[in-house]
Write a protein that binds this ligand. Structure first.
Ligand code: DQA
Length: 144
């Protein structure tokens, strides 16, 4: 079965207890369940989280090597990781979709969150819809 990598950056492992006013009360396992239900067997959901930039980059290499589409919430790396950006560019340059997602709307928050170094190399960006940002991205990946 085809799969999609749903990759989550630093501090997203604390969803559920981390700033629930911003990120909601549900954790990553709830996200996995929602995406698995949405996928309805059409695609395997391979959801991962890391606080480690190098690990996240290695997962993007894996996406290229296995021709797997990516839904990526780079979390705080969004705003400053040129290394992650360069790895994300490898994915889209390989012709694979890489959809940048955010639970919150970074543009409605602190100024440092208004910059994404990832967006210019992403296939598209979905932000501000809570877990629905991922669900909309999944719909797009399945459609593609
Ligand atoms: C986030 C937004 C980022 O600014 C923040 O650093 C995160 C989560 C989001 O999903 O809204 O960790 O990517």
């Amino acid at each position: 079965m085809a799969s999609v990598l749903v990759l989550n950056g630093p501090n997203l492992g604390r969803l559920g207890s981390r700033e629930p006013d911003v990120y909601g009360a549900q954790d990553l396992e709830a996200l996995r369940s929602a995406l698995t239900a949405d996928a309805a067997g059409a695609i395997e959901i391979d959801l991962r989280q890391t606080n480690d930039e190098a690990e996240l980059i290695s997962w993007l290499y894996e996406a290229v090597d296995t021709a797997t589409p990516v839904i990526l919430n780079p979390a705080a790396f969004t705003h400053y990781s040129y290394a992650l950006r360069d790895a994300a560019a490898l994915v889209t340059k390989a012709g694979l979709p890489l959809i940048e997602v955010h639970i919150s709307n970074p543009h409605a928050r602190e100024t440092f969150r208004h910059t994404s170094v990832i967006s210019a190399v992403a296939s598209g960006v979905i932000a501000g819809f809570g877990f629905d940002s991922y669900r909309l991205a999944l719909r797009s990946v399945i459609g593609l």
